[in-house]
Design a protein. Sequence first.
Length: 287
Amino acid sequence: MSEENIVTAENVRFSYPDIRNELKKTPEVLKGVSIDIHSGEFTAVLGHNGSGKSTFARLINAILVPSSGTVYVSGMDTKDDENLFAIRQKAGMVFQNPDNQLVATIVEEDVAFGLENLGVEYTEMRKRVDDALKSVNMYEYRNHSPHQLSGGQKQRVAIAGVIAMRPQCIILDEPTAMLDPSGRREVINTIKKLNREYGITVILITHYMEEAAQADRVVVMDNGSVVLDDTPEIVFSNVELLKKLGLDVPQVTELVYELNKAGLNLDKHIITEQQCIDALTILLKGR
């Protein structure tokens, strides 16, 4: 287990209890997953519904514990109850629906909620709340009611509440699934800023390919196993495999794939619009 890894999963298997029979388990959701998440990395985890990606996220935050195998967060075994408090300070979780995470009637009080529970001294709490709100560009809304905000703004407040706890890692479980395109952009820009400027490790569970394309690394899960794990350029070049798994690819990758099928010779690792424009410009000049 390297000190450079904030999360290490070793041969992790997981089954949910059968609600009809407590002695039985449902079929395995995770089937021997082994993966390291490096400190400071922005990792996107993809997979269709039922692939195991959200279960994996909850195992990192110790909401769930493995049926077998081990998950370590900063070297701490998530199965050890004594580690629970420390793990959740190291790895904060942001869920799909921001309304489920907002507990106060004023934005700054909501962000302070976790710190109050920890008994953080007022001056330190004030600084952390202000810094967290500034980091997600929501400081000017500190005295607003969270429930009057847009979906994207609510999710940024939820993220601020996690940041105020000063985690080393933030796990976001489909945080943009309920947002419009504008709200999605707000949240993804916030995530990238936290990773780039504050060095926070980001694990983003998503089904939006354009979001995953902005990560340092993409992990693709299917049927409880990791099937691809590499840079976005390498992962999304596997167009036919991803389609077979029921996943899309970024629109630019799809365009390049179709152009190459039509006889052009473009780099299949293109994932951004600018890369595509540059490649087409060079190709057309050559003709």
